[in-house]
Ligand binder design. Sequence first.
Ligand code: PLP
Length: 386
Amino acid sequence: MPRRYGPYGGAFVPETLVPALDELERTWREARRDPRFRRELRRLSETLGGRPTPLYFARNLTRRGRGAEIWLKREDLLHTGAHKFNNALGQGLLARRMGKPRLIAETGAGQHGVATAMIGAALGLATEVYMGEVDMERQKPNVDRMRLLGATVVPVRTGSRTLKDAINAALRDWIANVRTTHYLLGSAVGPYPFPAIVADFQSVIGREIRRQSVRAFGRLPDLAVACVGGGSNAIGTFRPLLRTSVELLGVEAGGRPGSVGAASLSRGRPGVLHGTYSYLLQDEEGQVRETESVSAGLDYPGVGPEHSFLRDTGRARYVAVHDRDALAAFHWVAEDEGILPALEPSHAVYAAVREARRRPKGQHVVVTLSGRGDKDLGVVTEHAAR
Ligand SMILES: *Cc1c(COP(=O)(O)O)cnc(C)c1O
């Protein structure tokens, strides 16, 4: 496995973190070859998480598209309500293997914080979650969930008081407490080996899609679609399909028309953020730009380095979808299929329906429904009332 994806990736970190990143990489490489580790990962994925998640034929959504069949990969049914479980479980087991008694994490919308608090409780590890003050107000129910699961939530009052600042705070904590603490990073971003480890644990999504598509409609899908914040559910969807002829489409948050949104691959250029070289929303001077999106989970100015590489090589395509179109798709999924999706994958659903419309009826489009929408009901009802 490469440390770089073409020119992207790397580990731009202070020297104090280098031994911890090396230890993490070594532990992960050993663990993934260890049958006992794999059995434990599988057992907890199934019995705590609820894997495998179903592949669901969205019959009514397909009618709306009037073209290719649309299938939903139901990561919203996973324990704690999003794909974040896959990574939190995997890294939690790595922390235990390294003998580290303490987990720290960053969170934006709170989904990764909840997943980390859950795994901290299940594995008996002390857990502290850094969260921007603005996000704590926007996502109050998830703050309560983390606390009830026994985690400490630490408010971050620097910068824009959102996800980017929470990652900075978590990295500072890690530098100070690296001997006792594992930083359970929540997406396929950050310094190597994090992008590789997170992609590895999320690849269960794409492996199941491969198997379930063949069982459900006799072959691989023609197109796989996933939303891209940091890029973990998308890379987990794409990785196991890279060496096939399946087309891959990543969907970023376009924000409001005229804004940059959070579309790093569509509207950014390469630079270094949080220890990795990748596409990044930055101004003329290289300062990181403020992002804006209706979905807190996509609101990040960077993106995982592997996506930058897939973009440049053309193996995957990336598009941006506006807030209002994602909101429309939220209501389609709710009213057509009886599922309340999170706003993040609603971006992917919008793009998938548009793609399905252009394709013949015999084709199959699989969309990863990365999470459920309970956390977004406030935002959605507020928009609906306007
Ligand atoms: C966190 C989150 C995302 C964005 O993160 P990725 O790393 O890009 O997958 C997308 N969907 C949901 C439901 C999330 O909670």
